[in-house]
Design a protein around this ligand. Structure first.
Ligand code: HEC
Length: 189
């Protein structure tokens, strides 16, 4: 083979090498710089001041929508919620309108649009107690907030579907449904 053919063959090989198969990694120089090794969120990290990858919030940080009481489930916490929690939203026509929307969406299938326990689901589901009955009227606001958040007995929890502010607005709406019942009871001797 002449020198000229050898030269052409070498050029051909060099050009063939330029053809890229994007599914395969090419030669990587200093691969750690191309694909860095990440730290898992909860892994220890020697590079941060507190040794954690996910940095802790600054001291005294209060998340938005924070509830002062750590609202866990269970009857004891429900009792405590009734004592410790206050409805942070004053009642207003807008608050009640929002509460009504949420009530018709989330609660009326079981409790019925008026709260007496005659929702369409009750054809196949045990009838819930009336929210206008003395027992429900006597429940403190925080307790109702807890019932909506964590459920109670057969009632499922609504904490993941309904935002905390809407749960408080629901409490106002339940109170507005109960108002006539309260008034009626006050009138009976
Ligand atoms: C799947 C049906 C269902 C849905 C939906 C539902 N509830 Fe209930 N609710 C019940 C049942 C059943 C009970 C009785 C629970 C028990 O066994 O103590 C109850 C109990 C309650 C009580 C306590 C009443 C009392 O006298 O002890 C309140 C307050 C209440 N629900 C409010 C709501 C609100 C507000 C919503 C909407 C966010 C809602 N519920 C959604 C079925 C439901």
């Amino acid at each position: 083979m002449s020198k000229r053919w050898v030269g052409l063959a070498a050029l051909g090989l060099a050009l063939a090498g330029c053809e890229q198969d994007e599914t395969k990694p090419n030669f990587e120089y200093a691969p750690d710089m191309v694909a860095s090794v990440p730290y898992d969120s909860f892994a220890n990290n020697p590079n941060t001041p507190d040794g954690k990858t996910l940095l802790s919030p600054a001291k005294g940080t209060v998340p938005r929508g924070h509830q002062p009481l750590h609202l866990v489930s269970g009857p004891e916490a429900a009792e405590r919620a009734g004592v410790d929690l206050r409805n942070p939203y004053p009642s207003s026509p807008e608050v009640l309108a929002r509460g009504q929307t949420a009530f018709l969406r989330y609660c009326s299938p079981c409790h019925g649009p008026g709260g007496v326990g005659d929702g369409p689901v009750t054809a196949r589901f045990p009838m819930p107690p009336s929210l206008l009955a003395e027992h429900a009227v006597g429940l403190p606001d925080g307790r109702i907030f807890h019932i909506i958040t964590h459920g109670q007995g057969l009632m499922p929890a609504h904490g993941s579907q309904v935002a905390p502010e809407d749960r408080w607005k629901l409490v106002h709406y339940v109170r507005s449904l109960q108002n006539p019942a309260r008034t009626a009871r006050k009138e009976t001797p």
